[in-house]
Design a protein around this ligand. Sequence first.
Ligand SMILES: Cc1cc2nc3c(=O)[nH]c(=O)nc-3n(C[C@H](O)[C@H](O)[C@H](O)COP(=O)(O)O)c2cc1C
Length: 352
Amino acid sequence: MKIGNLDIAKKVILAPMADITDTPFRTIAKKYGAGLTFTQMVSAKGVIENNFDTLKLLAFSRNEKPIGAQILGNDPDIVGRAVVDISKYSPDVIDLNAGCPVAKVTSNNFGASIMEDTKLLGRLVASMSRQFKDQPVSIKIRLGWNKNKISVLENAKAAEDNGASMIIVHTRTRDCRYNENPDWEWLVKIKETVKIPVVGNGSLFQPQDIRSMIEQTGCDSVMIARGALGNPFLFKRYNELVETGKDPGEPDIEELKNTVIEHIKLAVRDAGENIGIKRIKKHIIWYFRNLSGTDDIIKNIFAINSASEMIDFIELHCEKIRNGVYENYKNEYTNENFLRKVQYWLEDQEIN
Ligand SMILES: Cc1cc2nc3c(=O)[nH]c(=O)nc-3n(C[C@H](O)[C@H](O)[C@H](O)COP(=O)(O)O)c2cc1C
């Protein structure tokens, strides 16, 4: 797929996810065949003010390329200046977040609220395109504010007219929760409205889902968020399905174990042992969530503080799975809980 002058070898893209798509996870996703990954959203204002926390979230290494940086902003001047700063690090794409539904974002007129003002959206994209010179700018939007206010066609057109090279569409409205099905059909209409590549997003969990979305809608590529959590194998499975006609299926326990251990080591290298081990815990729960014994992980993992202890714990857990120790365990937490809220073991957390 071509995004402006950028050639993406593999179609499937890892979505930006706050507190999740850091360098270790992006590295693993790329290794398993993600064609493009994104940083999580960062504030354009934070970038131009050199806010240290913002710049940390934006950091990526050259061997992660191709990579996109995603910004959150609603002022064309600030967004343009952020693009100038970010372009010094040479990301391959810079994306505008115009889809985040979280109240603290939309109440400040960022994220999904940009969809409500097509002219502003156009001016933001124009400012980004002007400052990023000949390189690709994209927007990530939803279908609209709610089902009575679908705005995706005019917003997609405004983005294209103002220089965007790609439109990424989460096929839900701002007020839709994850338990409502996405509406892929809109992708067909968006494809008829713009000439630039359209990337479909929403509830792609299996290689066959990806194939269906592309076949049913004609979208140029897809973006995966929740489906990749603890499951970078999805990229490889889809790529092989396309190349050979055969889905290689879920990884065996040995591959799963090796990937988890590699992810632990990358997390520690990236953030140091203390923070790296804290960050990796949710990923580990996701890696094992479809296997019996996950309750045991949830019960024990939060007391672990060192990399060596964590690796030993994973080795032992995999050994127990192999030996059938958990065969009669019923997981208290089901896939349904994961779909409702990805950090399903934190019951008091706001639904994301
Ligand atoms: C934990 C979490 C964090 C997210 N953070 C971002 C973000 O920083 N920027 C963004 O554009 N979308 C963000 N999203 C939305 C996803 O990129 C994606 O559009 C949405 O989850 C639908 O895709 P899915 O059905 O594959 O999960 C986030 C989603 C989740 C679950």
